[in-house]
Design a protein around this ligand. Structure first.
Ligand code: NAP
Ligand code: 3JM
Length: 348
């Protein structure tokens, strides 16, 4: 048999899947075959991989015959149905949905934070939520240095996190507003919800559905996933997730309380500057801070506006920005695939 990896992308036509395809083109992994899967609707569509046309096929259980790595990004119900079928056929699944994230048998992985947990996988590896990934990537080096007692985060999230149709809705609603036409939202804040609100020139404090405890599911994902990835249920986490009229790039205002007192901001900048996957952009004297526009297309997590709380000696404020489709989704997944090979957990 030919050496190399056969990789399937499930949801290849979507906002996340199309980024996965670009990153699979760039990776140094030895790839012998790429299979592109989506729903019946897109079967027959042609996408390109390294300049060669590949026809998208309908994702079916038998699609995974001979596949080594399956990158799933087609929603939770597709993952629940097809990820076990892929595993049954010998594939390792890297799943971008919330379907398996909190399953105790499924590692939930951000390679910069808990790469070793990949060793415990049973066929499925979960990729965390976009907002969780960028936050834990930036906070883990500070947790290592000072210990972490509490996190309070408010997010400023881009519409691409809700898929291709939400990007279209932002564009349409913006045009309608500029043309003084009445709003006609059909997707946001949540597909299929009773009410929809226009995202144009707005801020919507609802991402995903409400839970009994009055938090939204996006907020609950951030809370639960952060504890699981950092391996510490004692960290207090509270989140408020807000959708903004930005196409790509999530921003987060993050407040942390550490166990040990942080000496000064310069030390925090040094720790973060030497951390993997993190870039510090923090110089108020030059008006330098991260913004979603500058993060688009980049793989790193950007941190700025670092300040010590004036009243709480172990309190620190940070502003964390990243491309939600890259580190928040597709890049973290491809990184996991690269880690699996580096750790010898997958045969090439
Ligand atoms: P999207 O732009 O709406 O794309 C959805 C993709 O799923 C399309 O390729 C679509 O194919 C495919 N699909 C839909 N139903 C399917 C079915 N029954 N069988 C096979 N494929 C099907 O959404 P997206 O933003 O790329 O997100 C996709 C999923 O990834 C989300 O639902 C979410 O679970 C996850 N996600 C994760 C993160 C993260 O933070 N890790 C971020 C965003 C999204 P068609 O072209 O055929 O419709
Ligand atoms: C981001 O199953 C679905 O309808 C997808 C909902 C969704 C998720 C999720 O819960 O998997 C949309 C956008 C995510 C995510 O990454 O958590």
């Amino acid at each position: 048999m030919e050496n190399g990896l056969a990789v399937a992308i499930v949801g290849a036509t979507g906002a996340v899947g199309s980024q996965m395809l670009r990153l699979v083109e760039e990776t140094s992994l030895p790839i012998k075959q790429v299979k592109l899967l989506a729903s019946k609707r897109s079967a027959g569509v042609t996408l390109t991989y390294k300049g060669q046309p590949i026809t998208v096929e309908e994702a079916l259980p038998e699609s995974f015959e001979g596949i080594d790595i399956a990158l799933f990004s087609a929603g939770g119900s597709v993952s629940k149905q097809l990820a076990p079928e892929a595993v049954k056929r010998g594939a390792v699944v890297i799943d971008n949905t919330s379907a398996f994230r909190m399953d105790p048998n499924t590692p939930l992985v951000v390679p910069e934070v808990n790469e070793d947990s990949l060793k415990q996988h049973h066929g499925i590896i979960a990729n965390p939520n976009c907002s969780t990934i960028q936050m834990v990537t930036a906070l883990e080096p500070l947790r290592q240095a000072y210990g972490l007692k509490r996190i309070i985060v408010s997010t400023y999230q881009a519409v691409s996190g809700a898929g291709q149709s939400a990007i279209e809705e932002l564009k349409k609603e913006t045009l309608r507003a500029l043309n003084q036409e009445p709003p006609k939202p059909e997707i946001l804040p949540v597909k299929g919800a009773e009410k929809h609100y226009s995202i144009a020139f707005n801020a919507i404090p609802q991402i995903d559905v409400f839970q009994d405890n009055l938090f939204t599911f996006e907020e609950i994902k951030m809370i639960n996933e952060t504890k699981k990835i950092m391996g510490d249920d004692e960290i207090a986490v509270a989140a408020t997730c807000v959708r903004l009229p930005i196409i790509t790039g999530h921003a987060e205002s993050v407040y942390i309380e550490t166990n040990d007192i942080i000496p000064d901001v310069a030390t925090v900048r040094e720790i973060l500057a030497s951390a993997p996957g993190v870039t510090v952009a923090d110089d108020p004297s030059r008006q330098l801070y991260p913004m979603p526009i500058d993060a688009v297309g980049k793989k790193d997590v950007f941190v700025g506006r670092i300040r010590k709380d004036p009243d709480v000696e172990n309190g620190l404020h940070l502003w964390i920005v990243s491309d939600n489709l890259l580190k928040g989704a597709a890049w973290n997944s491809v990184q996991i695939a690269e880690s699996l090979v580096e750790l010898g957990l997958i045969r090439v």
